[in-house]
Design a protein around this ligand. Structure first.
Ligand code: ZN
Length: 300
């Protein structure tokens, strides 16, 4: 099976595999990657769906949604944080928890440790999730946002631990926990320790529930594997962006296993909403307002 993911470090190797499947997505890049590699930063971005040239200024005003075709463009963790939290309200937490290399994992002669350092330098993010306290329309929240460009947003020990601790803090303070998921699944470089994060984050959701802290899970393109199979699917309210692909194993693997052609909208947010796995599909432009309305309803 061919891996056709563009790796941020320019190597087309196997490091984008989730635990059980290789994501099929091609050329998944953040908005920053696009501006770096294709056109001068700060001017234009090409929509990967309709190929229209869009000015960064217009996109910023439209929450990075294509004005021509409604494609919800891939954006960085920091842009998500600024979209959902009130200005300057976000205070990062648990950034002291750093990635280790418990298995001394190597692929094609490259060590996991070196890969992490290289990505940290290139992307200026230290892991595949950022968590912190913030306010959303003046409501105090704990916010967790995943970063897909960091090893496919995969969940290893640091991702799981940061999310769990943020959930615990939200439960202790009895405030809402909001998560933005975007992930290829569990991180194979950490073996069984990464699978353990599924249980840990799921336990975190139960803590939130016992404390009466609402958990709103926002699922964005793409969310697969161990993240779908743990906390992302356990929100009190589960919201997806339009046309998000959400699943466990990828469609190619499933099609090969069942030997049947899959329906056209297989694993799409729209089909999952129809079948009761999601509560809402919300356009990014309306997301912050929708979140504050939901929290206000749940508070009363
Ligand atoms: Zn477009």
């Amino acid at each position: 099976m061919q891996n056709n993911i563009d790796s941020p470090d320019g190597q087309n190797n196997n490091d984008y595999e989730s635990w059980l499947d290789r994501p099929k997505y091609t050329n998944v890049k953040t908005l920053e990657d696009r501006t770096e590699t294709r056109i001068p930063q700060g001017t234009w971005v090409k929509c990967e769906n309709c190929l229209s040239q869009l000015s960064i200024e217009q996109l910023e005003k439209n929450s990075y949604v294509c004005l021509k075709c409604d494609e919800h463009l891939t954006i960085s963790t920091d842009k998500w944080i600024s979209l959902l939290s009130d200005k300057n309200s976000f205070k990062e937490l648990f950034s002291q928890i750093k990635t280790s290399d418990p298995l001394e994992f190597k692929t094609a002669g490259n060590s996991y440790k070196d890969k992490i350092s290289l990505l940290q330098k290139k992307l200026q993010v230290d892991e595949a999730v950022k968590v912190g306290r913030a306010t959303l329309n003046d409501i105090p929240i704990l916010l967790s946002v995943m970063e897909f460009s960091f090893i496919g947003g995969s969940m290893g020990s640091v991702v799981g631990e940061r999310i769990f601790l943020a959930m615990k803090m939200a439960a202790d303070k009895k405030i809402p926990f909001i998560s933005v998921a975007r992930s290829g699944g569990a991180r194979m470089h950490e073996g069984i320790l990464s699978l353990m994060q599924m249980a840990k984050t799921s336990a975190g959701t139960s803590m939130l529930s016992k404390a009466g802290s609402p958990f709103i899970s926002i699922i964005t393109q793409p969310t697969m594997g161990g993240v779908t199979a743990s906390f992302a699917s356990l929100g009190d309210i589960i919201i997806a962006e339009p046309r998000t692909q959400i699943g466990f194993a990828g469609p190619r693997v499933i099609q090969e296993a069942v030997k049947q052609k899959l329906p056209k909208n297989f694993q799409s947010a729209e089909s999952l909403l129809e079948n009761g796995f999601l509560d809402m599909i919300v356009s990014r432009n309306n997301l912050k307002q929708t979140l504050s309305q939901i929290i206000n309803i749940l508070k009363n």
